[in-house]
Write a protein that binds this ligand. Sequence first.
Ligand code: SF4
Length: 403
Amino acid sequence: MRAQRKPGDAKRESPQTHAIAPNVAASVAANVAPNVAPNMAPSVVRIRRRLLAWYDVHGRALPWRTPAGHADPYRVWLSEVMLQQTTVAATIPYYGAFVARWPTVRDLADADLDAVLHAWQGLGYYARAHNLHATARIVVRDLGGRFPDTAESLRSLPGIGEYTAAAVAAIAFSRPEAVVDSNVVRVLGRLLAADEAPTAAGARIRAWAKLLVPNRRAGDHAQAMMDLGATVCVPRAPRCGDCPLARDCGALRTGRPESFPRRPPKAVRPRRQGVVFWTFRGDGRVLLRKRPLTGLLAGLMEFPSTDWRDRPWKIAEARARAPAKATWRRLGGTVRHTFTHFDLELAVLSGRVDGDMELGCGSQWTWCAVERLGDHALPTVMRKVARHALGHKPGAAGRGQAS
Ligand code: SF4
């Protein structure tokens, strides 16, 4: 274990080590990244070299990684889509399950959307699963099963934005693309000691990210940056003593590296409220319906509910929107769930339906045995509802006698 570098150490380094090659500085300032300070130019080569040397020893062993030049574009793309909104730890089992079940893009293209949604269950942000399936079909149907090999062409596919396109192009096809995720923003924001407003810092960081990309091993460089941010240059307590870039780090020189880059003010998350109907029959089955194929949780199954709105529901008002006539009972407690843009609070009404209820929307509605709920693509919020309802006394939730 190397000794922890003290903040002042960087200041004591010889100025000669930072000597500027005028031609490099001029190139940086004039051509490559006009808003990059010229006195950082000589660091570029050193940062690239040290980062890759560090990655060769300390890079994370992740199931979708292969030696440079041996990447399978399908697996790179799959992992990058999963990682868009999900931690590495949460992604690993889903990635393993997907490649075991659908080992090639052709297998995924042949799969039913419902099967893909079901396998995605619990990973959240289900639009990704829809786009995954749509992209697999386009790649197989229109592109002969081969992914495009440039960032620009990758962006034409569903669900592939600037970041994912750059990551796939760099990792799968060794294209010299800058891959800027939140880890990279933090590392570069610290290297540059970026304390300007987040928007201005973002422009400078992106310019530097571009500048740092090497012509060779671009994919390894991208993954090295991500790994450094995830394991060494971590948000609260960066391990500067173990950092290969400490020598060039402006934030370390200030003695308070953790305060860079400046964070945007936290947005206030709105709260929405709804009422869910736990609708059960004497045989223990509960009513499910399929959500529309567009919008939030598109195509997933749910227990019927009111709209989710920004003001509370009166129970009598909610009952008028129940899917069937029943004696509705409010179950104690509230189901809470956090989506990207809002917090949701759900009250649960439980009601037994006797006899055969008319299901108004054909195949969009179905009765499901409680033990078989796992067979359906239920989003996490609905699994919380099921746990909540089943945690109440049997008569209120459909097991055994109704009240
Ligand atoms: S020296 Fe510290 S703050 Fe600077 S990049 Fe390395 S870990 Fe981050």
